[in-house]
Design a protein around this ligand. Sequence first.
Ligand code: ATP
Length: 439
Amino acid sequence: HCEDLNTLVSLSKRRGFVFQSSEIYGGLGSCWDYGPLGSLMKLNVKRAWWNAMTRRPDIVGLDAAILMHPTVWKASGHVDGFSDPLVDCKDCKTRFRADNTDSYLQHKKCPNCGSKNLSEERNFNLMFKTHMGPLEDSASVVYLRPETAQGHFVNFLNCQQSSRYKIPFGIAAIGKSFRNEITPGNFIFRTREFEQMEMQYFVKPGTDEGFFNQWKETRWNFYIKYGIKKENLRFHDHEKLAHYARAATDFEYKFPMGFSELEGIHNRSDFDLTQHMKFSGKSLEYFDEANKEKYIPYVIETAVGCDRLFLAFLCDAYREEITTDEAGKEDVRIVLGLHPEIAPYKVAILPLSKKEELTSIADKLRNQVAEDFDVTYDETASIGKRYRRQDEIGTPFCVTVDFETINDQAVTVRHRDTMVQERIPMSQLNAYVAGKMKS
Ligand code: ATP
């Protein structure tokens, strides 16, 4: 587990996980780009979530547009209510959120300079506004969505009727959301552009409590399956509920800055569908054929930020091991003990020498592995150094092509966590890795 966010920021930059956006122009506040390794890993995070959600008999996928009819955000309550209280310091000009800044909450002081010369609190709407079409007037205002959920609500009947699923069933989506956060920060933890993975599960009123608890358990098991350590994850039940919510729980993860929200699970009642019925004038009622009854379903929502989960995986996987070489010299081995499905590369192909007789085999083997897995190749520096490079980016299997390989058509597979080595025939390498990924 990593205790210092800066360690992850610098590892991310050095090894190509995450770069500051527009870096050569000095960066843009709280915007980040996922690099060669980060983009691979982020896809893996999304795939893990997507498969867990949609490879079930009761959940379908959706990929809705970022721009939606502006009335959607009236109906959802975002236009009137999606705001944070903001305060300005008149001395140092710092702007901060009033509801989560300790020095302000406790002593009415500026978090930056300690001054008490502060403005009144005022509400600041977090939605990004833009205009659709050539005219920049109030009639052309559209918003960048601040959550993906509304796409699920307005498509509830489209999804239900086209898939012919019966309630209970869910809609899952992954997509970008935008919030003009007053105080973004902590690397990719809180940004203004981020990716959400949300699932809305539509249930019969009265069964909602049971499903709420089921989803808490299902999501907990997901995190444990993908290697998050139990001691770094906890539930935080909300006592104060949003106006639409009947129950709400956060999954909190122990980030370097302390336990903070990773995922929210909410019982949203029939609030959203009812609102959209009211504002659109269209019925979003569900007809239960078996019982010949109509009702507006309740919604259990699970919502996690992909970027936050990415950060949680990095934190949880990071470790420094003290090792001693044969000469008794101490060294630190940095390892990202990522779950193999989450790791950017599954396999690294490392020819023991740069001689053509080895690199030609290694090259072919690389192509063979690439048919099934993300694979990397490295022929520079000592083999020990190359192992370390792979450990630091979480590659679970290092495969060495040596002079024996020419005779026995076999390679040495070295395991990241145990450093145990095994000899495997090249022809069986893909099947071997596939087997290990499952176990
Ligand atoms: P917070 O209290 O941290 O602002 P929230 O309760 O407003 O989050 P939700 O609206 O429930 O968050 O969004 C669901 C998930 O989306 C959050 O648990 C988080 O993982 C992610 N998320 C929300 N806002 C951001 C952001 N600004 N940057 C990155 N991820 C975010």
